[in-house]
Write a protein that binds this ligand. Structure first.
Ligand SMILES: [Zn+2]
Length: 92
């Protein structure tokens, strides 16, 4: 559990509270946009990397807008009441 004063907390409650997330490989959203950052620690996500500090998979919100690394997910899932979903199916 992270403390209230954790540096990674920047008001994400506004858009991440109760979010449904899926653990999967990172996929770039477009040809001109090849990476994202963890919503909390700003760790970088790319499709391929040999750098251990760069994430190639993690927890994504179902609309794919936002990424959360495994460490931050563990630290914040209870605080944010994050819901994990096993499927990337958008139907329904
Ligand atoms: Zn993170």
């Amino acid at each position: 559990m992270a403390a209230d004063t954790d540096w990674r907390l920047q008001g994400q409650e506004r858009y991440l509270k109760g979010a449904v997330v899926v653990y999967r490989k990172y996929r770039r959203p477009s040809e001109s946009w090849d990476h994202d950052h963890c919503e909390f620690c700003l760790s970088k996500f790319t499709e391929e990397s040999s750098d251990p500090n760069v994430q190639t998979e993690g927890y994504a919100t179902r609309d794919d807008d936002r990424w959360i690394c495994s460490k931050c997910f563990t630290d914040f899932k209870e605080r944010f009441a994050l819901i994990t979903c096993d499927t990337t199916d958008d139907g329904g």
